[in-house]
Design a protein around this ligand. Sequence first.
Ligand code: ADP
Ligand code: ZN
Length: 210
Amino acid sequence: MKLIMLGPPGAGKGTQAQFLVEKYGIPQISTGDLLRKAVAEGTELGKIAKSYMDAGKLGPDDLILALVKERIEKPDCKKGYILDGYPRNLAQAEAMEKLGKVDVVINLVLPMSELVNRLTSRRTCRKCNAVFNLTARPPKVAGKCDSCGGELYQRDDDNEKTVSKRLDTYTAQTAPLIEYYKKKKLLRDIDATHGMENTLASIVKVLDKI
Ligand code: ADP
Ligand code: ZN
């Protein structure tokens, strides 16, 4: 099963993708996580990516494509994968077609007004990238990851100023993908307003029919 998680920043793509990894045993490919890893390692790519991420803009398509391609070619992706954060504009969607056909696009639907709150109260595990939320999904022990005990931190781009730029970027560049995948009859809208468990149940219902 090959699927794309679509939706604005803060809709819960990463959280849901992590649940689906456990349920279906296929890997999550998060371009955001791959870029943050490059930033932490101080690679050339990381240096370029950081300036875009801090500005709430998208990184260069060709660099991101190379990153995704390298990841998709690994043996664990043979059975399928969950793309989280890719594609993010029309050019990337078209490039993606050449890498392989996806079975379904899960579109998490949520009012824009909720997103700022969700993003600024988000905390991420430095070690395993698990996502928590100070109000909606607090860790069992403050500041520590439930799954690996790693340190939780606030992403550099989860501050109010960058968040509002990221939402603008989403509206201008990523939202048009909704129409794009609707036309291809791949889009499934999922109401993401009723908590993590209900959202997961709705996604599973869709995926079990595929
Ligand atoms: P979110 O979905 O919460 O905005 P991500 O972790 O997916 O967060 O992405 C963080 C940042 O990484 C983006 O704001 C962007 O700068 C960069 N990025 C991630 N995926 C892509 C992509 N497919 N194309 C270009 N830039 C990307
Ligand atoms: Zn962890």
